[in-house]
Design a protein around this ligand. Sequence first.
Ligand SMILES: [Zn+2]
Length: 100
Amino acid sequence: MKIAQSKAENLNNWFNEIQEFQLDSYFDSVVLGRAYDYVSKVEIIKSLENTITCQIPGINKYDIEIKMVGNEVIGNCSCPHNQKCKHLAAVILYQMDIKY
Ligand SMILES: [Zn+2]
């Protein structure tokens, strides 16, 4: 699902350019609050210029993919929540180098 509109050249640049406060407009505040607990659990599987694939272990291990398609940042997660979930937010925070 679409996370954000972007003018960045590629996904890596988007991670570098976005500011933490912008995440408030991309994610529900409760979801975003929970995401901080997952930042340290993010495992990068594959990182390319416009696609990043990660896993976050838990009771179940979830697969997360974030990619840039045109000027949109798209995220998918294998967890049961059909929404912009805490795992997607955690991967973004991880890539922004925000670790709590
Ligand atoms: Zn998820």
